[in-house]
Design a protein around this ligand. Structure first.
Ligand code: BES
Ligand code: ZN
Ligand code: ZN
Length: 452
């Protein structure tokens, strides 16, 4: 259960204060008898307040205060976000359910408080919703199960939905996706889900990698790397979360999501290294490694999205695409790639505002040579491991139409989507990476000319 936020003056509750750091003072002053918890900021920034909100929840998890009171301030939104994200616990598979002690946050009334509370709740709930999907086990969260979640979301939030399965995928020539899916006993699906406000000024397409399990296929992953691969559906799950938030916030931007949902398994009919696949757009792909499956799925879904939707301004894919992204920038940071410098900057700014860490690396012509194939148009794995995230990005680039090159960004979320330890206000497991940054990016599309 998510913590409830209520506007009220309940001074009897534990009072939480977050104040600026002064030299020589203790970080945390907790006086349970007088019901006071004071935290000092590690960092005087927006994320500093989120981190403090999250830290407060870690402290209070071990106590038994049911209600917490916070005063209104300019930083209320960040503190509440830290509280709502920081109090998430994934307990679905525990036979004994332990409830989080804090049930309600009372917030002092003031100008704009309703709006702050409403917006923050929507964004945090959408992020936690994605964590639930990603954390769920692969045996339960099959491609069809994720599609079903999309359907439920569409019904609840009045979104347009189309679920492509079986013959429709064949008719659409999604041969690369179908090759990845072939050895699995859980069938694949492509979900299209759209928020279409009237008279929207901008239109964005979001494409998510949804490998509900990535065993590596015949190029099988070693046991230690296979563990956590339920998280390979994080991109697709984030797309659902973004649509949830955008529709609840009533944002006047047309957002169309496409989820490529499949497993990557082994079997007598599995696709093989040495196979040549003809992707939806006719490009022939030499399979060098069946574990580089995400780019195959995305190739077809990117192609489908660009033909299926007209007159869009942006096309952004989110994918746990490469282990190399984690080697390059560590576990906590999303790698942003694309051709348009301004657009990349816009995404990095959204990262700074939303509290998601982002970095960008540049493509170059020499890396492009690494994915050349002797016998097909392109190979699905680079000739060397160097620059592995960029060669994966350049592979996707082959499936972006010429007229869309400057509208495209690729977000490799392999690191932050799933981390096997607590970090900041995030817990062990899924973090909902991509949700907060994209909601911010979409909300601020009008500000881009101002260079904000
Ligand atoms: N899903 C993985 C990438 C990944 C690795 C995500 C670790 C999260 C954590 C992807 O499908 C993959 O296996 N990529 C290969 C590509 C290689 C074979 C060219 C990789 O990164 O090793
Ligand atoms: Zn893989
Ligand atoms: Zn994968």
């Amino acid at each position: 259960m998510e913590i409830e936020i209520v506007k009220s003056d309940k001074q009897k509750s534990l009072k939480l204060s977050i104040v600026k750091q002064k030299d020589g003072e203790r970080d945390v002053v907790f006086l349970p008898e007088s019901r006071k918890l004071t935290l000092r900021l590690d960092e005087d920034s927006e994320d500093g307040y989120r981190l403090a909100g999250g830290k407060a929840m870690k402290i209070l998890e071990k106590e038994d205060f049911e209600t917490v009171y916070i005063k209104n301030s300019d930083n209320l939104a960040y503190i509440l976000e830290g509280i709502l994200l920081g109090s998430y616990r994934f307990t679905k598979y525990k036979s004994k359910q332990k409830e989080f002690p804090v049930k309600r946050i009372f917030v002092e009334d003031g100008e704009g408080v309703d709006e702050v509370v409403r917006k923050t709740q929507i964004i945090a709930s959408a992020t936690n919703y994605v964590k639930n999907i990603v954390n769920s086990m692969p045996n339960e969260m099959t491609p069809f199960a994720v599609a079903e979640i999309g359907k439920k979301l569409a019904e609840a939030n009045n979104l347009e939905i189309d679920i492509l399965t079986g013959n429709r995928l064949v008719e659409e020539n999604m041969n690369a996706l179908l090759a990845v899916a072939r050895a699995s006993s859980n069938s694949p699906a492509v979900v299209k889900i759209a928020h279409r406000p009237k008279n929207a000024k901008h239109k964005i397409l979001l494409i998510g990698k949804g490998l509900t399990y990535d065993s590596g296929g015949l190029s099988l992953k070693p046991a230690d790397s296979m563990y956590t691969m339920k998280s390979d559906k994080s991109g697709a799950s984030a797309v659902l979360g973004i649509l949830k938030a955008i529709s609840e916030l009533n944002i006047n931007v047309e957002v169309v999501g496409f989820l490529g949902l499949t497993e990557n398994m082994i079997g007598g009919n599995a696709y093989k290294p040495d196979d040549i696949l003809v992707a939806r757009n006719g490009v022939t792909i030499e399979v060098k490694n069946t574990d580089a499956e995400g780019r195959l799925v995305l190739a077809d879904v990117l192609s489908y999205a660009q033909d299926n939707e007209k007159d869009f301004d942006y096309i952004v894919d989110l994918a746990t695409l490469t282990g190399a992204a984690i080697v390059a920038v560590g576990e906590f940071t999303t790698l942003v790639m694309g051709h348009d410098k301004k657009l990349k900057k816009q995404m990095l700014k959204a990262g700074e505002r939303s509290g998601e860490l982002m970095a960008t690396l540049p493509f170059n012509r020499y890396l492009e040579e690494l994915i050349e194939s002797k016998i097909a148009d392109i190979a699905n794995a680079g000739a060397t491991r160097y620059g592995g995230s960029l060669t994966a990005g350049l592979f996707l680039n082959r499936f972006i139409k010429e007229e869309n090159k400057d509208k495209w960004l690729h977000l490799d979320i392999a690191g932050p989507a799933y981390v096997e330890k607590d970090w900041g206000y995030n817990q062990y497991g899924a973090s909902g990476a991509g949700v907060r940054v994209l909601v911010d990016f979409i909300q601020n599309l009008d500000n881009k000319e101002k260079g904000e």
